[in-house]
Design a protein. Structure first.
Length: 213
């Protein structure tokens, strides 16, 4: 074989080898690098007991916040009636704010050395928020469900904030008070005002309209 052919074959083999290296390696399987409910301690000046306590609390809160976030999106799509446009936008706005909380809570869990709950099946097994039906519901029922979910989250957030303080976890306490509690309280206000029974017209105008005057 001539030197030129040998050189060409060598170049071809190099190209083939390069192509193989560029191929994605698929169907990889291995053990978990960190099991759920185990702490991989980071140097954040908190003992492992404090981290474990906060991680357990925050994963419950995370499951409930994911559920509330998804309920907002469900109602955003399925809302009906004369207030459709306003509530369609409001539900989507609240969904986005809850989504930010989901990310904030999950990242705090990771900072504490824990593993954040993530998959829908695991969330469904963990959340304490009642599951709504698949079908559409009236606006008042949608809002009532959301208010109930908010109250579940606010009750546990208040308890968890006190517990975080007791174990010296100021970062988690700050997250719970500054982000979770304040965001949920404000959203409750926006929702609850839709259930106040006030007429669209002043009482005298409504009376005149009904009498045909």
């Amino acid at each position: 074989m001539s030197a030129k052919k040998v050189d060409n074959r060598a170049r071809y083999n190099q190209l083939e080898e390069g192509t193989k290296r560029a191929q994605p390696v698929l169907h990889e399987h291995a053990r978990e690098i960190q099991p759920y409910n185990k702490i991989a301690k980071l140097p954040i000046a908190l003992d492992e007991t404090a981290c474990e306590s906060s991680v357990n609390n925050l994963n419950q809160l995370l499951a409930d916040t994911i559920t509330l976030r998804d309920m907002y999106k469900k109602h955003h799509w399925q809302v009906a009636g004369v207030t459709f446009y306003q509530l369609h936008l409001l539900f989507d706005k609240h969904h986005g704010e809850q989504d930010e909380l989901v990310d904030t809570i999950a990242e705090r869990i990771q900072v504490l050395g824990g593993v954040s709950i993530a998959m829908a099946a695991d969330v469904a097994e963990t959340t304490i928020i009642p599951r709504p039906p698949r079908g559409r519901e009236e606006v008042a029922v949608q809002i009532s469900r959301l208010l109930e979910a908010h109250e579940f989250i606010l009750k546990e957030a208040h308890t968890m904030a006190r517990q975080a303080t007791e174990v010296g976890d100021d970062g988690t306490n700050d997250l719970l008070v500054s982000d979770v509690i304040r965001t949920n309280e404000l959203q409750v206000w926006f929702l609850a005002e839709h259930l106040v029974a006030v007429p669209l017209l002043h009482r005298e105008q409504a009376k005149a309209a009904s009498s045909g005057d």
